[in-house]
Design a protein around this ligand. Structure first.
Ligand code: ATP
Length: 289
């Protein structure tokens, strides 16, 4: 088979905590993350020519080494010991960029899974994680998927039982937020509140959806940035529409809300549709590798 397709799933942060900045410049984080059914579609073809290139339906996303999907393919060949071949990676992007939904990392994870399948599974789970870590902090999670407790830069992963059944309404306003910019703002302040990660893990393990929703927390929402007012407004509207909880994912700007029923999620999202860049309903996606 010379062409292979794979879905790249967006991630949501059920919680996000930053413990401090490390000497290497990265931050020590503790997060609970979940893959969801908002996806990019990745397809990979072998080509006769040399080189690995990516193209997407968004012209401003680079097709060279700056694209995480291209970087992932290069790392795959190195880690597996297979001689590098020419590849054409086509990505249909539905995960918005700069949203905190880890779209680029999701594409990289999909490329690692797809190439591993295409070449007869030369990498086991550990090999996939080793490759993923070389591409970016969230890529290991995006490769394995499901529900995970992540620490370190985000690459130390412990699998949790699946989130209790629920639906998510995802709303992204008409602005994106740069991840390095928000980290800089966080570094300049004292973090006053931290999520109760242990309580959250317990709630996930007990299948206690309202316990999860009560404890969802993201330290970036407390950063001094006027865009957080819009984030808070969106959360408020989602709660007014019957959500059990709402949170900004990653460094934003996307916000998600948890609903017990698909119908309530769809009604909420359709009410908010016109005013935002993205308004979508999706569900949990379990382990991918
Ligand atoms: P995160 O949640 O990991 O902070 P994000 O959702 O805020 O991510 P992304 O959508 O992953 O951000 O992309 C941010 C940057 O990564 C953009 O500047 C984009 O040019 C670059 N990038 C590299 N590869 C990709 C890709 N395959 N898809 C989208 N963006 C990519």
């Amino acid at each position: 088979m010379d062409e292979i397709r794979e879905k790249a799933c967006a991630k949501l942060n059920i919680s996000l905590d930053v413990l401090g900045k490390r000497p290497d410049g990265y931050h020590d984080m503790v997060m609970i993350m979940q893959t969801v059914s908002l996806t990019d579609e990745v397809s990979i073809e072998r080509t006769d020519g040399q080189g690995i290139r990516a193209s997407t339906n968004l012209e401003y996303i680079p097709g060279d080494e700056r694209n995480l999907a291209v970087r992932a393919a290069g790392v795959f060949f190195r880690e597996s010991g297979i001689a590098e071949e020419g590849l054409r990676i086509s990505i249909r992007k539905k995960i918005p960029v700069g949203a905190g939904l880890a779209g680029g990392s999701a594409d990289a994870g999909a490329v690692l899974r797809a190439l591993n399948r295409l070449y007869g599974m030369p990498l086991d789970r550990e090999g996939l994680v080793r490759a993923a870590e070389q591409v970016g902090s969230d890529v290991a999670f995006c490769t394995l998927g499901g529900t995970m407790l992540a620490s370190g830069r985000g690459e130390i992963l412990t699998r949790l039982p699946s989130m209790p059944e629920c639906w998510y309404g995802i709303i992204m306003p008409h602005f994106s937020i740069s991840t390095p910019e928000l980290f800089r703002k966080l570094d300049g302040k004292k973090i006053r509140c931290h999520p109760d990660t242990q309580g959250l893990v317990q709630a996930v393990e007990n299948g206690d959806l309202s316990g999860v929703c009560r404890r969802m927390y993201n330290v970036f929402e407390d950063v001094d940035d006027r865009r957080m007012r819009t984030v808070a407004e969106i959360k408020g509207r989602l709660m007014d529409c019957g959500a059990m909880g709402a949170l900004m994912t990653g460094t934003g700007s996307a916000v998600f809300a948890v609903f017990e029923s698909q119908k309530t999620a769809e009604t909420a999202v359709s009410e908010m549709k016109g005013d935002h860049r993205l308004a979508a309903v999706c569900g949990n996606v379990g382990p991918l590798a």
